[in-house]
Design a protein around this ligand. Structure first.
Ligand SMILES: Nc1ncnc2c1ncn2[C@@H]1O[C@H](COP(=O)(O)OP(=O)(O)OP(=O)(O)O)[C@@H](O)[C@H]1O
Ligand SMILES: [Mg+2]
Length: 318
């Protein structure tokens, strides 16, 4: 029995919405695997390797300290601190065969299939993927960064990771990067160009857009025409780029439902044994405008009843 099937079995005992997603997940994962060859060998699904996990190796030399330097007016370069990532269990290397790493490979395949679907299956702004959840602390930022790392390992793909949780911006902190200007500044200040705030990183395929300074009218700014223009510009200017947006929790901030209006896909994090179905249903109805919502069960427990962090991908709340 594969890891996915095992997880699906486990999930049959949980809430119905999640259960529904679980039933579809095995099909989706199989389809995704068949359609696109994984970029690294899959882990042995029968024997999850979390306990044997070796520290992921950085794709480039690990810096002693994160630094940033100016690249002319518009571009800045920052170095992601891989030690910080390792300490948080975030996989950073394509040869990392931890369970989490493998699970994010499966997650990204389905998202990429949708992001670059052609013809009748094409999804408007499908390359814009918002990561959200019902309540705080369910693992949005963890999943957004892990997904961005996993996608950035793809040969022909560039990734932009946006921190749109402007009330609790955590992405840069987690990556060990210092930043000032960001999304809110570009929305607010028309003389700023998006590229003024983008940060190139020591992962060649990965660019960052910080949240920017706090603003009392966050939701209004995110709902503004300018934000719509920025989102469309990003999606169109970089059609071969995936944009991952770390967002606030749906029930705690109206910004999430506003953001959902602009994106093509939502990766919706459900925390195992914590997210309540009643809240989940309410939250999903609030972002119901988005047709492509993918549920991801995070921090799930499987493997002999031992508690492990891990994620499980359930697909297809439609
Ligand atoms: N699958 C996972 N494996 C290991 N650690 C995890 C996992 N998911 C979440 N965590 C940890 O749980 C904590 C909460 O996660 P995170 O900050 O990503 O949640 P969040 O939903 O973004 O919270 P907030 O709503 O406050 O922004 C963090 O310390 C994170 O490192
Ligand atoms: Mg967060």
């Amino acid at each position: 029995m594969s890891l996915i099937e095992k997880a699906a079995e486990k999930m049959k005992k949980t809430e119905s919405l999640v259960e529904k997603a679980a039933r579809k997940a095995a099909e989706t994962a199989a389809k995704a695997k068949a359609s696109v060859e994984p970029s690294a060998s899959p882990a042995d699904a029968e024997q999850p390797k979390v306990s044997e996990q070796t520290s992921p190796t950085a794709p480039v030399e690990t810096p002693a300290k994160p630094v940033s330097r100016s690249y002319g007016r518009t571009s800045r370069y920052v170095e992601i601190n891989f030690d910080e990532l390792k300490a948080q269990n975030i996989p950073v290397m394509e040869t990392d065969n931890s369970v989490i790493s493998e699970e994010f490979r499966i997650v990204k395949r389905s998202l990429l299939l949708n992001a670059f679907a052609k013809g009748d299956s094409a999804i408007k702004n499908g390359n814009l993927i918002m990561v959200t959840s019902t309540q705080p602390d369910e693992g949005k930022t963890f999943c957004a960064i892990s997904l961005a790392m996993s996608m950035a390992m793809e040969r022909d793909l560039t990734v932009l990771l946006i921190d749109a949780d402007v009330e609790k911006p955590d992405v840069m902190k987690r990556l060990g990067v210092k930043a000032d200007l960001g999304l809110i500044d570009v929305i607010e200040n028309k003389s700023l160009d998006l590229s003024d705030c983008l940060l190139k990183t020591n992962i060649p395929n990965l660019t960052l857009l910080p949240a920017g300074k706090k603003h009392r009218l966050t939701t209004e700014l995110l709902a503004s025409e300018r934000m719509g223009d920025i989102v469309n510009e990003v999606a169109k200017r970089y059609p071969d780029r995936v944009i991952i947006i770390d967002s606030p929790p749906v029930l705690a901030s109206s910004s999430a439902s506003v953001l959902a209006l602009s994106v093509g896909q939502v990766l919706y994090v459900v925390e195992a044994d914590k997210t309540r179905e009643i809240d989940l249903k309410e939250a999903l109805s609030m972002i119901g405008s988005s047709e492509h919502i993918n549920l991801l069960l995070n921090k799930s427990r499987f493997s002999g009843g031992k508690k492990k962090f891990g994620s499980y991908y359930g697909y297809g709340h439609q």
